[in-house]
Design a protein around this ligand. Sequence first.
Ligand SMILES: [Zn+2]
Length: 234
Amino acid sequence: MGDAKGEADRRIGRRALLIGGAAAAVGTAVLARDELAHLWWRLPGVEKPRVAGAVDFRGARWVAASTANYRRADRPDDYGIDRVVIHVTQGSRASAVKAFQDPGHKAAAHYIVGQDGRITQMIRELDVAFHAGNREYNEHSVGIEHEGFVDRPQDFTAAMYAASARLTAGICRRYGIPVDRDHIIGHVEVPGTDHTDPGPHWDWDRYMGLVRREYTAAENAAKNPARNAEKNQE
Ligand SMILES: [Zn+2]
């Protein structure tokens, strides 16, 4: 069994050996950053600590997706996160939650935003969710579903836009993602997809305006914590 320190030392030794071995097999030190990072996350004891039920967005409700619908990773260290992909569920929140819990569904997004503005998180941002139908886009993005149907504009409520914009602004701040339409895209814009969501009724101008406003407000609050505290006391 051994003591904890000895165990940790052996782990580090084994990790160094494996990485050294893999690098030697490739020949020279030409391993791409992603490949090298891969070797790291496959090894035991190198992932960021996780707490059961933890969410990345304050206020989100945690419901775990089936592990068949995502790949465990250690983003943004192994894969940088540089995109947010906007989806529409084509059904109720309950039906989307059920689908993402189903190991046979083969797909799930990180978040579902309801028409009531409530946010459900089903996969940690650390992990690669199978939501975009494109491996590279999955690896480098966060997927957000919105409860409703693409052909029903009334499904996209003010509460939904507001909550989703706060969520996306937070993601952009966490990973340094520019708030623009190159980095906040619809599923329809993912190369190779046959999906059309979020569809023509999703109001991109309105949404991007809200994301920008939330982003700026959060930046200002972070810059002036004292003034913010005063405001809260008024
Ligand atoms: Zn989609």
